[in-house]
Design a protein. Structure first.
Length: 243
């Protein structure tokens, strides 16, 4: 993108945002952010992170107004969680989808969500058998590392085998069944997102080099696209670098 195209992309994102077309705004501003980051255009970055944050905040709120279902879990190795069936039943909402020792169903739900432009949030998760005969639900921050196989493990062994900063929950820690989005369900879901992104945000906060710091805040947003603090701090660092 030439500089004038980059600014046009930012303007397009702002227009979508003002028209409350939040998914379109996020797409336009995210594309601009990617180009500006590759060009190290810190002045543009400083100005676009806050509207991008607002688009993503509104997107999450729209998701929270739908159906909340945090127990779409495979029950055994033969139980397949069909991503398209999930989408057919939950086209707006907040979901936790977990295959048996795989997060592939959740990943596919995310892909379909983008293809169909749906207000749908999905945690990446997998179900694992434990040595005591029970099951654990592992919520995965990112799928940039392979997941362990389904051999039974202890809680400690599973934690060591999973990607760093994964959350391990017992199924009874998750709400059962579908619920209409409410203030209470939104708080439950936000708590999970905050637990998931917290170590990534802390790592970025602790970094002194500004470029590396921004890179780690951007990684935090890969974990939780609506992490407001990461967007705000990215804007602040970019503003300082543009001076």
């Amino acid at each position: 993108m030439m500089a004038i195209d980059l600014q046009s992309q930012c303007e397009l994102g702002q227009q979508h945002l003002m028209a409350m077309r939040y998914l379109e705004a996020e797409m336009a501003l995210s594309a601009a952010e990617s180009v500006a980051w590759s060009q190290r255009d810190f002045d543009t970055l400083a100005r676009l992170y806050m509207p991008l944050q607002e688009a993503r905040r509104q997107r999450r709120q729209r998701c929270g107004e739908g159906i909340v279902r945090l127990d779409l879990l495979a029950e055994n190795p033969r139980d397949f969680v069909d991503p398209r069936h999930v989408i057919e039943n939950y086209s707006q909402g907040q979901l936790l989808v977990a295959g048996w020792a795989t997060a592939e169903p959740a990943r596919q739900v995310r892909v379909i969500q983008v293809e169909l432009s749906l207000y749908l949030d999905t945690f990446l998760a997998a179900v694992y058998p434990l040595k005591d005969g029970s099951h654990a639900v592992a919520v995965i921050p990112l799928l940039d590392q392979p997941l362990p196989d389904a051999q039974p493990r202890s809680d400690k062994e599973l934690a060591q085998a999973l990607p760093p900063h994964s959350l391990i929950l017992r199924p009874d820690e998750l709400p059962s069944g579908a619920q209409k989005g409410s203030f209470q369900t939104y708080g439950q879901v936000m708590t999970l997102w905050e637990r998931l992104h917290a170590p990534f945000l802390a790592a970025a906060d602790a970094q002194s080099d500004p470029i590396r710091k921004m890179d780690l805040y951007r990684r935090t947003i890969q974990v939780d696209y609506a992490c407001e603090l990461a967007h705000q701090k990215l804007s602040d660092v970019a503003k300082n670098l543009s001076r």
